[in-house]
Write a protein of this length. Structure first.
Length: 316
């Protein structure tokens, strides 16, 4: 049994490394797309197509959702849709993809803080150590002849805060939760199956970004100028960067409860920076490198309990 679990954990870890690679590649696909078409319209099409792909796989789970499960999934999707709207605008206005990946990763550090503000949970000590380190990294990335943040950087930072709320709500929806009402009664809410939850969330993101696009962007002009190249980036982002990524992540997490995913997922901004350097020939100044390093260090500090467990297992 131990050997089997070890094999499952090892396979899960390899798959989660693949997930971080897909996430990094998705940044490149998305950046190419927003260079050619309205950003919110791109997101609407991307998540609609990704939702359809996962719906084909998980339609049985979707049909079994209760009204409460569906409602909670939609709420998660609304927050995720808002986060993705800020994120894509950051990618649209931003001048450095790799830097944006590290800024967005601040959302991981902010998760315990958001859980404290919204659900009164007590953050671990590592969070309070990680926050000033992350703030120092953010300051270095914003120092350009004085403290002056670019529009893209501001969008990425706002997205990180909303992502933190999304991660908190998504975790609660995906697990059993006890709720206390105003009369003091306690009820247990069933978890939402991962595939069904992801599918509803993706469709909701498409609806949110489509609504924003309908208000802010010119659809007739955008569709009149739509080309096979644009379609290619949308399809690649939807299938490889979204549907495949979420499906692999869900499958990997189902293989072993001992997976080191929380540690492995911090690799995403590093892969993104490397891909951006290769694809867009991006370079970083010494100050930018230092800022990104501090943000990465804050991610490791924030996950220190998991990092320590992994190191003990590797050294055992």
């Amino acid at each position: 049994m131990t050997a089997q679990n070890g094999g499952g954990s090892g396979k899960a870890d390899l798959l989660l490394v693949a997930v971080t690679l897909l996430a990094g590649v998705s940044w490149i696909f998305s950046k190419e797309a927003v260079l050619l078409m309205p950003p919110l319209l791109f997101m609407a099409l991307r998540f609609l197509l990704a939702g359809l792909v996962l719906a084909l796989v998980g339609w049985r789970q979707l049909l079994r959702l209760s009204a409460d499960q569906f409602q909670r999934s939609v709420k998660v999707g609304l927050v995720f849709g808002l986060a993705m709207s800020f994120w894509i605008m950051g990618l649209h206005f931003g001048t450095h993809v790799g830097e944006g990946a590290f800024l967005t990763s601040l959302g991981v550090v902010l998760v315990p803080v958001m859980a404290r503000l919204v659900f009164k949970e007590t953050p671990p000590t590592s969070t309070w150590v990680a926050l000033p380190v992350a703030a120092a990294g953010l300051a270095l990335l914003s120092l350009q002849g004085g403290f002056r943040a670019e529009a893209g950087q501001l969008f990425f930072v706002v997205a990180a805060f909303v992502f933190a709320l999304y991660f908190t709500l998504n975790t609660r929806a995906a697990n059993h939760a006890t709720v206390t009402d105003s009369a003091g009664g306690v009820t247990t809410r069933d978890r939402v199956p991962a595939l069904a939850l992801t599918t509803v969330v993706l469709f909701t993101v498409s609806l949110v970004t489509a609504s924003g696009s309908l208000i802010l962007e010119d659809w007739p002009t955008a569709f009149a100028a739509f080309t096979p190249v644009m379609a290619g980036w949308v399809i690649a982002s939807a299938t490889v960067g979204t549907a495949a990524r979420f499906f692999l992540q869900t499958y990997a997490q189902s293989l072993s409860v001992h997976s080191h995913g929380v540690v492995i997922m911090v690799l995403e901004p590093m892969w993104t920076a490397l891909f951006a350097a290769f694809w867009f020939a991006e370079t970083m100044s010494a100050v930018q490198v230092a800022g990104c390093f501090l943000i990465f260090l804050s991610l490791v500090v924030n996950r220190w309990a998991s990092v320590r467990r992994v190191l003990k297992q590797w050294l055992a």
